[in-house]
Design a protein around this ligand. Structure first.
Ligand SMILES: *[C@@H]1O[C@H](CO)[C@@H](O)[C@H](O)[C@H]1NC(C)=O
Ligand SMILES: *[C@@H]1O[C@H](CO)[C@@H](O)[C@H](O)[C@H]1NC(C)=O
Ligand SMILES: *[C@@H]1O[C@H](CO)[C@@H](O)[C@H](O)[C@H]1NC(C)=O
Ligand SMILES: *[C@@H]1O[C@H](CO)[C@@H](O)[C@H](O)[C@H]1NC(C)=O
Ligand SMILES: *[C@@H]1O[C@H](CO)[C@@H](O)[C@H](O)[C@H]1NC(C)=O
Ligand SMILES: *[C@@H]1O[C@H](CO)[C@@H](O)[C@H](O)[C@H]1NC(C)=O
Ligand SMILES: *[C@@H]1O[C@H](CO)[C@@H](O)[C@H](O)[C@H]1NC(C)=O
Ligand SMILES: *[C@@H]1O[C@H](CO)[C@@H](O)[C@H](O)[C@H]1NC(C)=O
Ligand SMILES: *[C@@H]1O[C@H](CO)[C@@H](O)[C@H](O)[C@H]1NC(C)=O
Ligand SMILES: CC(=O)N[C@H]1CO[C@H](CO)[C@@H](O)[C@@H]1O
Length: 872
């Protein structure tokens, strides 16, 4: 411990004193180490500071690096092994700090005991520094996504201690130097997502025998066959070669990769048949992806030996013959994707007890025979899609009885018989039956399926009328064209449906249809009252599959018919639990965030409310939620959106908020052109500041927002903002709150950097988020990705530009015209925003001070603007 902590100290007298103390110890150790004893100028501390000085650290992430603290205490530095006489091992974790500039590797590499270096996710924009090859003690080097370009230096081969080398996600080009084969200790090699080209040298693979992770994916210029030597890397567990221009067949040697857990060869130009025995030894394989290649021939039946396989993806090839029967009964298999091949034969019956299949996609093959009766009995199945085959027979009655089933697509087959009375399909979203020979009526029971949204029964031989019950559904697609349907089309369906969805049924009648006189044949239907709900029809069929499926997966707890959803309302609005549940539809989604989705719901009286449906709540108790919500509902301020109520069901909470017709500030900013005038932007800024100041300083008890972002700023008439989405941490609990936040990187740029290292949230974290909104207003750019070619967030974007030029002209939104005075206001606001987004919390102003500063700006004599003084 003495060596480490003390070598870092700056007091020379103390340093020499300690040297005296420990010199016997040093003398006793090897002479090599004595020789390596740093001279004063070469103390690790100084070396690291030289290294820091070479970097551009525009966000001040390395501000703790200074002579006043031992370097082991600096942020992003970890020292280990500082115990009795051991050498210290130093790890630098500098990923994601917005660093750029020149890397002074020469001084860095003289830091003794430097074992790990990560410069990942920064913006260096330079070649991989040759000097890094001097860091010979490095065990782990991570330069991924650091904006490095140019060739991969041969000299990296000197880093013979490396076990992990990650250069992924850069623009590295040229060949992979064969010299890397000297790195025989390497276990992890990630070169994925670069511009590597040429042929891979066999020596590379022959010598790297310890490698267990190899990623060469997404190097579209590699032109290589799969090297047979790869198959001799017996330790390989993860092999990612997708999207890299590989051609030829899979070498026989691959069969020996017994440790493989993931094999991804998708999106290459691989061809030929798979080697016989493929799968025999893959006892540990979890995921196999051969999709989008040119493989042909039958699929080897030894795949049934892959007892741990979970994902099987071979879509987009030219495989022929049966899908091996043993595949279907693998105990852990979740996903079979074999669409767009030339497979034939029958789909087998499955074990309904043991199968864990979730997704079966075998569209566009030549499968024949009937649909397996067991599909609907596999409780995990959510998607069965077998369109464009030659399946015949009738639809099984139980086809969608699986409690998870969301998507059924058996269109374009040779199915016959009636459509069964599907009644148990509580989560069915999409039902595609078109292009078969189905007969009989459209069952009225479909109208009772709670989330059914897409129905395509076109091009069959269906008869009878269109059931009025279908009006109960919130349909986005109802295609009944080209059948033999007749009778009156329910009114709301006519008004919402493009006529093409009805065409090809001469017997249908109603206003606007070729046959608009219904009275003659079908008098008996006239008595039926038509519900007033008007379903809106979206033709964007593309959206359906995944989005809609997500809805139905979320609908846990809705399987019983009496809804457990009872809203607690603090204002007189008309909304029942059933309506609420029925509105949780993809097409109503107006926002997605860390905590779940926000739905826009139109009430019976035409009023709109926004409902935030929390997904990963910590299952709080009703009583706790009720208490928190009561507090939130009492907050009254003209810049704060009302909390109208909430709905609680088995630990799941949805909060009902007031909604503003103009949408959110984010909608405005992300619109194709954000042209709101500066005066209005300032008004928005002041309103948000006032609302936030109210939460912080005037509410009893005080409330922290903790999720302030432009999508949580709603706009009323005249750009009067209302803050929404506050106080969620109180509802779901701190733990669930933090883990949700961590799961969503989209809005991470609003989150104060200290959140991850402090237990207790503070009002200054809200101030940071507010600063980010100010920057959005000033620059006219969205916070997450201000420049299209740039992956930094707005705070870094602005700080970089401030340092590059001394002016701020680049930063202020060029899209709006401004007077000289407004220009000055913008500058002053920028200054304020920089203070609010200071990395040091104690340098941020409190919200009441922010309000005062902004209001002063708007008053006619506004303060003279000084230059910008960003953080050091
Ligand atoms: C450095 O860190 C150690 C252990 O974390 C702590 O005891 C010490 O006070 C720190 N020194 C300074 C100067 O911050
Ligand atoms: C990288 O640097 C070059 C000049 O060396 C410059 O033209 C280019 O715009 C820079 N790229 C980025 C993303 O900063
Ligand atoms: C390299 O750093 C990135 C970003 O921190 C991280 O995602 C990745 O896992 C690291 N690579 C290795 C091999 O640890
Ligand atoms: C591969 O390993 C052998 C023996 O371990 C060694 O002699 C040879 O130099 C290595 N090849 C390269 C290119 O490092
Ligand atoms: C069916 O698969 C073939 C390749 O096997 C492909 O060319 C064709 O486009 C696919 N058809 C559809 C409708 O996807
Ligand atoms: C389905 O087609 C097969 C021939 O492919 C035929 O033998 C069988 O009888 C058909 N089944 C039905 C129910 O039509
Ligand atoms: C169903 O299959 C047809 C034909 O392959 C396809 O056009 C349609 O997009 C599919 N629908 C869904 C929801 O998968
Ligand atoms: C409706 O079905 C008809 C007949 O199958 C088809 O031509 C049309 O493209 C379908 N429309 C949509 C939007 O699916
Ligand atoms: C994050 O943004 C991407 C792209 O805009 C979107 O697809 C994704 O759903 C977002 N994630 C969340 C959790 O909202
Ligand atoms: C204002 C400011 O932060 N300027 C810095 C910009 O970056 C250089 C190094 O490239 C520093 O020396 C300046 O202090």
């Amino acid at each position: 411990m003495a060596t480490a902590a003390v070598a870092g100290a700056t007091y020379l007298p103390l340093f020499s004193a300690v040297l005296l103390l420990i010199s016997p110890l040093i003398a006793a150790s090897s002479s090599a180490r004595a020789a390596a004893l740093p001279t004063v100028a070469e103390q690790p501390q100084e070396l690291l500071l030289t290294f820091k000085a070479s970097l551009k650290d525009s966000s001040g992430a390395l501000s703790t690096w200074s002579t006043s603290t031992p370097y082991c205490n600096w942020s992003h530095v970890t020292c280990t092994g500082a115990g009795a006489g051991d050498a210290v091992s130093v790890a630098l974790s500098l990923q994601g700090l917005g660093l750029s500039g020149d890397i002074s590797a020469a001084s860095l590499c003289r830091v003794p005991g430097l074992v790990a270096l990560s410069l990942a996710s920064n913006g260096f924009n330079q070649t991989v520094p040759l000097q890094l090859s001097r860091c010979t003690s490095l065990v782990s080097l991570n330069l991924s996504s650091g904006a490095f370009w140019g060739p991969l230096p041969d000299q990296l081969a000197m880093l013979t201690s490396l076990t992990s080398l990650d250069l992924s996600g850069n623009d590295i080009e040229g060949q992979v130097p064969p010299g890397l084969a000297t790195l025989q200790g390497l276990q992890v090699l990630n070169l994925g997502g670069n511009r590597l080209s040429g042929v891979l040298h066999p020596a590379l693979f022959r010598n790297l025998t310890r490698l267990h992770f190899l990623d060469l994916s997404k190097n579209q210029f590699l032109e290589s066959e799969l090297p047979p030597e790869l198959g001799e890397m017996g330790s390989l567990r993860w092999l990612f070669l997708q999207g890299s221009g590989f051609s030829g067949a899979i070498p026989q040697t691959f069969l020996q990769l017994e440790q493989l857990e993931v094999l991804d060869l998708s999106m290459n130009s691989l061809t030929g048949a798979l080697p016989i025995g493929f799968g025999l030894k893959f006892q540990k394989l979890l995921a196999l992806d051969l999709s989008q290649n040119g493989f042909s021939g039958p699929f080897p039946k030894e795949i049934d030996k892959c007892v741990m396989l979970q994902r099987f993806q071979v879509q987009g090839n030219e495989f022929t013959g049966d899908l091996p029967a043993g595949l279907w009964s693998l105990p852990d298999l979740r996903v079979i994707r074999a669409e767009n091949n030339l497979f034939s034969g029958r789909l087998p019956e499955l074990s309904t007890v043991l199968s864990r299949l979730e997704q079966v996609q075998v569209d566009n093959n030549s499968f024949s025979g009937g649909i397996p009766q067991s599909i609907g009995l596999i409780r995990t199945m959510y998607r069965f899609s077998a369109s464009l085959n030659q399946l015949n027979g009738s639809l099984p009655d139980n086809l969608c009885d699986s409690p998870a089933m969301g998507i059924i697509n058996v269109s374009h087959n040779s199915l016959s018989g009636p459509i069964p009375e599907f009644k148990n399909c509580k989560r069915l979203v999409s039902l595609y039956l078109s292009g078969n020979g189905l007969t009989g009526p459209i069952p009225a029971s479909l109208g009772g399926l709670p989330v059914l949204t897409y129905i395509d029964v076109s091009s069959n031989g269906l008869t009878g009328g269109i059931p009025v019950e279908l009006q109960n559904l919130k349909l986005a697609l109802l295609n009944v064209s080209y059948n033999k349907l007749a009778g009156r089309v329910p009114l709301s369906l006519i008004s919402g449906l493009p006529a093409v969805f009805l065409e090809g049924n001469p017997g249908l009648c109603g206003p606007g249809l070729p046959n608009d006189d219904c009275d003659a044949p079908l008098r008996k239907r006239q008595g039926l009252a038509l519900a007033a709900t008007v379903a809106s029809f979206v033709t964007g069929v593309m959206l359906l599959a995944l989005g809609a499926f997500a809805v139905c997966r979320r609908l846990h707890g809705s399987s019983s018919s009496s809804s457990p959803w009872k809203p607690v309302l603090f204002y007189p609005i008309k909304l029942t639990g059933e309506e609420l549940l029925a509105s949780f539809h993809d097409k109503n989604v107006i926002g997605r965030g860390a905590f779940g989705r926000v739905y826009l719901i139109e009430l019976q009286d035409g009023q709109n409310v926004a409902v935030k449906r929390m997904v990963s709540s910590g299952k709080p108790a009703f009583r706790a939620v009720n208490n928190v919500m009561k507090v939130l509902a009492k907050i009254r301020h003209r810049n704060i959106a009302k909390v109208l109520g909430f709905c609680y069901s088995e630990g799941e909470v949805s909060i009902i908020y007031e909604y503003m017709q103009m949408g959110s500030l984010q909608d405005l900013i992300c619109a194709p052109k954000f042209t709101v005038r500066w005066n209005d932007r300032l008004r928005i800024a002041i309103g948000v500041a006032q609302g936030l100041a109210y939460l912080h300083h005037d509410c009893i008890p005080r409330v922290l927002h903790r999720d302030l972002k432009s999508s949580n700023v709603l706009l009323a008439d005249g750009f009067e903002p209302r803050i929404t989405g506050f106080g969620i941490d109180g509802v779901i609990g701190e733990k669930a709150y933090r883990s949700s936040l961590a799961s969503d990187l989209n809005y991470s740029c609003y989150i104060a950097p200290e959140l991850s290292c402090t237990k207790k949230p503070t009002h200054l974290m809200d101030v940071y988020s507010f600063g980010v909104i100010l920057l959005e207003l000033i620059t006219g750019k969205p916070a997450e990705q201000p420049a299209l070619d740039d992956s930094v967030d707005i705070v870094r974007w602005v700080r970089r530009r401030i340092n590059v030029t001394d002016g701020t002209a680049q930063i202020l939104d060029p899209g709006i015209s401004r007077t000289a005075e407004q220009g000055m206001q913008m500058q002053a606001t920028l200054e304020l925003a920089l203070r609010c987004t200071s990395v040091m919390p104690d340098q941020r102003p409190a919200m009441d001070e922010v309000v005062r500063s902004l209001q002063l700006l708007r008053s006619p004599q506004g303060p003279p603007s000084t230059g910008i003084a960003p953080e050091p």
